[in-house]
Design a protein around this ligand. Structure first.
Ligand code: SF4
Length: 320
């Protein structure tokens, strides 16, 4: 099986005046060609830090990559020059953020913005790039005559479509989408998600979908990494995760989904809050909130165990 991206033993710290934030601890993940990997977890768990590490966008300082490799087509991105990284970004790896305005320039027409990236990365002249930009707009369901409009003339959902067109214009091998539909209202969310699925299939792009929403995972992902306090606590394909969620944190997340067949309105959220990242608990970082914790959970760190055919869980309950 060919891998597009492999993250090996990645550990990232933020060195701040208030102490060291252990943002990612010994992370191991892979993405195959054409595959979508979901990153699920609460805000602050390390999802965006992982995405920024792959994009080489972590601010140093305060971020420090303590160890690990990020192999993209077998080459370590962490060893590349700034020049090479700029080429890879946009050309081979693109990112979409929650707020489309972070990617859009308010004083440029959307057609020019999409064309700019195409000119930069595909060596096309302005006219050809503008034509390609129009084509991309049509692909995401926006009439090409609107290419002369400015971002503020579009609704939120349309702006996110423009950003998707921009991200896909250079046909990247990997698209990282950081909560791309969270800021949109529910019906538009579903449309944008569906569009991303269609485009992914059309362009054979691999994707990382960052989300706190298991519904998005069910809809869009092939594999899932559940992330808690900088640790991948469970990692497997979608089917195994949904039929046999195993880490106590994952089970808690599933408990948070409202049951559509039940009359009860109450959710059953996981008790407690995410730990202070500058002062993570000893042992398993989930132990203060874990209903299944045993004595050694506060003392030692659990290892990553393959419980069945590539279903990885980091928890003592599964350690022999
Ligand atoms: Fe809970 Fe212990 Fe497993 Fe951590 S290692 S998830 S505290 S049972």
């Amino acid at each position: 099986e060919k891998k597009l991206l492999e993250i090996k033993n990645l550990t990232v710290h933020y060195i701040t005046d208030d102490g060291t934030v252990r943002a990612l601890e010994d992370m191991n993940l892979e993405i195959g060609y054409g595959e979508t990997l979901g990153f699920v977890g609460e805000t602050g768990a390390g999802k965006t830090t992982t995405a920024k590490s792959i994009m080489c966008l972590l601010p140093d300082p305060p971020a420090k990559i303590m160890s690990g490799e990020i192999l993209f087509e077998k080459e370590d991105l962490l060893k590349k020059s700034i020049k090479d990284i700029r080429q890879i970004r946009g050309d081979k790896i693109s990112m979409i953020f929650q707020d489309p305005m972070t990617a859009l320039n308010p004083v440029m027409t959307v057609g020019e913005q999409i064309a700019e990236g195409i000119m930069l990365h595909q060596n096309l002249k302005k006219e050809a790039a503008l034509a390609k930009a129009n084509e991309m707009l049509e692909t995401v369901g926006i009439k090409s005559f609107r290419s002369k409009d400015y971002p503020h003339q579009f609704s939120g959902g349309m702006k996110q479509r423009v950003v998707i067109a921009m991200a896909l214009a250079c046909n990247p091998k990997l698209l990282i989408a950081d909560e791309p539909t969270t800021a949109l209202d529910v019906t538009i969310q579903a449309q944008v998600l569906k569009l991303m699925q269609q485009l992914k299939e059309k362009y054979k792009t691999s994707m990382i979908m960052i989300t706190h929403d298991l519904g998005v995972v069910a809809e869009a992902c092939d594999k899932v990494a559940v992330i808690y306090a900088g640790n991948v606590v469970e990692y497997t394909d979608k089917k195994k995760l949904f039929t046999n969620p195993s880490h106590p944190y994952t089970i808690g997340l599933f408990g948070c989904i409202p049951d559509v067949f039940s009359d009860e309105e109450e959710l059953s959220p996981i008790e407690g809050l995410m730990p202070d990242p500058t002062n993570l608990p000893s042992g398993c970082p989930f132990h203060p909130r874990c209903p299944k914790a045993i004595e050694k959970c506060s003392k030692e760190k659990p290892k990553n165990v393959d419980i069945k055919d590539n279903h990885f869980v980091k928890c003592f309950l599964f350690q022999k």
